[in-house]
Design a protein around this ligand. Structure first.
Ligand code: CAA
Length: 380
């Protein structure tokens, strides 16, 4: 692995950093309080090529590598993890899936507008009774001539309210269990597609999360991705890459927590001098910095392996497991260093903790990451 970033990777990181500081930061606090979706910001991210970062330019994307994606995701999430998850789902779940398994017609129709940021996508796998145990899909899509008739309910869908394209896993043959799951690209205007109320969440409040139900939705056979029965494979493979995106989101929160703690420790005085002179505080900062750097190296390693066509599922799971833990720990420590000020909205660190927690839950809980890692280790 090369520890020097290329000029292009540095330019992408710096562009993301400037955009986050100048265009996202001014409205982050208000959008968190009001749980408001960042429509304008997402549109501008699309114009920068950040909504289809790894999609080739011929299909509307920016053609960047996964390392650049990690660098940009960290910078955006450092300022606003809600924007980070909206971007991550569109990039590494929806666009990746269509880019990898779509036909040219599907890429023209669905990928181009998603990758250019003109449209937004969501990933519909989880169901009320199929979260970690994702094989237990109840949503069905039964063939009827040139169409499939889709019925079922999905929950915890990030971007669910505001998406144009729904990337949906559904059973086309229940007898085959997970080998009977297929993936469909469903338009938001499809009659029978309905979204439920927006969840009132602890963190990442300006992203939207809701249930999506399919009530006798007619989906044309041209909207089947990758062939019948390949849906679970597509979902698992897609989530391997998605976990790099969420790990990078967690890195952003962990780094933001560290920087806020350093800033505060240097200015807050106690016992006659800044608290950064106290060894109790210095040791906390040293641990926070060490842990975020270790997590960053692991996440970049997973991205580098992906860029070099090497197996990366285990490293992506390790990166997400570690980075999400560091995000939670660093935000807790940042609050501790701030004392009472860390517990109120005026200072940023309480939001970092609220935003960090979800990174240990979505795109596979930390327990599921350990399943993926241990199975990869023990399979030979
Ligand atoms: N990569 C590629 N293939 C994988 C895989 C991986 N990481 N994990 C499992 N598979 C394959 C297996 O090789 C197997 O293939 P075959 O049938 O061809 O042999 C198949 O999937 C079934 O695997 P298992 O027998 O291991 O199935 P299992 O039920 O014991 O375990 C699981 C599967 C790993 C637990 C899986 O269900 C899982 O990853 N669950 C978590 C689901 C998840 O991450 N949900 C996130 C929701 S999306 C989201 O959060 C997005 C958002 O909005 C932010």
């Amino acid at each position: 692995m090369d520890f020097n970033f290329s000029e292009e990777q540095i330019a992408i990181r710096d562009t993301a950093r400037d955009f986050a500081q100048n265009e996202i930061a001014p409205s982050t606090i208000e959008r968190d309080i009001k749980a408001e979706f960042p429509f304008e910001i997402i549109k501008k991210l699309g114009e920068f090529g950040f909504m289809g970062m790894m999609v080739p330019p011929e299909w509307g994307g920016a053609g960047f590598d996964a390392v650049s994606y990690v660098l940009a995701m960290e910078e955006i999430s450092k300022v606003d993890a809600s924007v980070g998850v909206i971007m991550s789902v569109n990039n590494s779940l929806v666009c990746h899936g269509i880019n990898h398994w779509g036909t040219d017609e599907q890429k023209e129709r669905f990928l181009k507008p998603l990758a250019s940021g003109e449209k937004l996508g969501c990933f519909c796998l989880s169901e009320p009774e199929a979260g970690s145990d994702a094989t237990q899909q109840k949503t069905e899509a039964l063939k009827d001539g040139d169409y499939y008739i889709m019925n079922g309910i999905k929950n915890w869908i990030t971007n669910g309210k505001n998406s144009d394209v729904y990337f949906v896993q559904a059973m086309t043959d229940k007898k085959l269990k997970h080998k009977g799951i297929s993936t469909f690209l469903v338009d938001k205007d499809t009659p029978g597609l309905e979204t439920g109320i927006k969840e009132d969440k602890l963190g990442i409040r300006s992203s939207d999360t809701c249930t999506v139900s399919f009530n006798n939705c007619k989906v044309h056979k041209d909207q089947l991705l990758g062939g019948e029965g390949t849906g679970f494979k597509i979902a698992m493979d897609t989530l391997n890459g998605g976990r790099i995106g969420i790990a990078a989101q967690a890195l952003g929160i962990a780094q933001a927590s560290l920087e806020a703690a350093v800033r505060y420790a240097k200015t807050r005085k106690a016992f006659g001098s800044p608290i950064s002179n106290l060894q109790a505080i210095q040791f906390k900062l040293a641990d926070m910095a060490t842990n975020v750097e270790a997590a960053r190296n692991l996440v970049l390693q997973a991205a580098w392996k992906k860029d070099n066509n090497m197996p990366y599922a285990k490293e992506a799971a390790m990166g997400k497991l570690l980075a999400s833990k560091v995000a939670v720990n660093n935000s807790l420590e940042a609050i501790q260093i701030h004392g009472g000020y860390g517990y109120v909205r005026e200072y940023l660190v309480e939001r970092y903790l609220r935003d960090a927690k979800i990174t240990e839950i979505y795109e596979g809980t930390s327990e599921i990451q350990r399943v993926v890692i241990s199975r990869a280790m023990l399979k030979d």
